[in-house]
Design a protein around this ligand. Structure first.
Ligand SMILES: NC(=O)c1ccc[n+]([C@@H]2O[C@H](COP(=O)([O-])OP(=O)(O)OC[C@H]3O[C@@H](n4cnc5c(N)ncnc54)[C@H](OP(=O)(O)O)[C@@H]3O)[C@@H](O)[C@H]2O)c1
Length: 283
């Protein structure tokens, strides 16, 4: 596995395993298989409802804690969010059965963002979260957070796939020391990604599948990828991307697939913002 070094010196695997939309009752098996396949970065969230199952799989794996990189995410909190954030962090930690997180992300740029971030900064200073970051922050929100706070997010996890490539945004993040992490690296299969002729052609040239071409393209750009699959064969396929290299010409051909816009949510759309910002978890 290759690693990247975050802006505070923490080492993070370049490829991991995401568990969004894996039902809680299937998650323990899926994560156990992912760990057995060799994944060491796990990406969950309070909002996914499967942190306990992730925790059980970690425990039964017997893998040393220092060899794992566990990320979870804070859901939107009301102002003043300091106390709520600390409570939400403890709840996630207890569900996961861990005594610290490797990365704690603010899941959405909504609610009392500053209060949430200040609480996350204290958790980071106390060593309870080795790194802190954000998700779904568009450039305006990210720069505002950086300019007005002490700790620069180590990571920004944003929708990034061949149809929404984020190259300019990645450059901006790099300038500020923020590592880009892709969610929905396969666009969850939208736009018929797995049958895309251009990606299939490049796959043929390399002797690799479309999924492997996409993950190689992301990681070769320095984008941390966290593909999700409930199938052991695909887990193995998705981690097997470090024995080939895409040429500059192949990278340039993939660049032509970029549409420059989201296939999921526009975090500037008032209806989407209302829907996300009003949602509260039961915990
Ligand atoms: N921060 C956020 O707001 C946010 C939002 C979305 C996602 N995420 C994170 O990012 C992770 C990845 O994104 P995602 O789960 O939305 O989608 P994704 O990884 O883009 O796509 C997952 C889909 O691709 C299929 N798949 C996986 N490997 C395949 C392969 N080799 N060949 C063919 N199909 C394959 C899976 O089916 P099977 O499972 O049936 O194999 C599943 O339907 C999530 O799990 C989550 O951890 C974060």
């Amino acid at each position: 596995m290759q690693f990247v070094t975050l802006n505070n010196g923490v080492e993070m695997p370049l490829l991991g395993f995401g568990v969004y939309q894996i039902p809680a009752e299937e998650t323990e098996r899926a994560v156990s298989e992912a760990l057995a396949t060799g994944y060491r970065l796990l990406d969950t969230a309070a909002a996914y409802g499967n942190e306990e199952a992730v925790g059980r799989a970690i425990k039964s794996s017997g893998i040393a804690r220092e060899d794992l990189f566990v990320t979870t995410k804070l859901w939107v909190q009301d102002a003043p969010a300091e106390e709520n954030t600390r409570r939400a962090f403890e709840t996630s930690l207890n569900k996961l059965g861990l005594d610290h997180l490797d990365l704690y992300l603010m899941h959405q740029p909504f609610g009392d963002v500053y209060g949430q971030w200040r609480a996350m900064e204290s958790l980071n200073r106390a060593g309870a979260a080795k790194a802190i970051g954000v998700a779904n922050f568009y450039p305006d929100r990210l720069i505002d957070l950086i300019v007005n706070n002490e700790i620069v997010p180590a990571v920004n996890q944003v929708e990034t796939h061949p149809f929404f490539q984020r190259a300019d945004y990645q450059d901006l993040m790099r300038e500020h020391g923020v590592r880009i992490q892709s969610w929905g690296g396969f666009a969850e299969g939208r736009n018929d990604l797995f049958a895309n002729p251009l990606l299939a052609e490049i796959g043929k040239e390399c002797g690799k599948s479309v999924a492997q071409v996409v993950l190689r393209w992301l990681t070769q750009r320095g984008v941390v990828a966290i593909p999700k699959s409930v199938r052991a064969a695909r887990m193995a396929e998705n981690i097997d991307v470090f024995d080939f290299r895409l040429s500059d010409e192949q990278m340039a051909r993939i660049a032509t697939l970029d549409t420059g816009s989201s296939l999921f949510f526009d975090h500037h759309d008032p209806e989407i913002v209302t829907w996300l910002a009003k949602r509260r978890l039961d915990t």
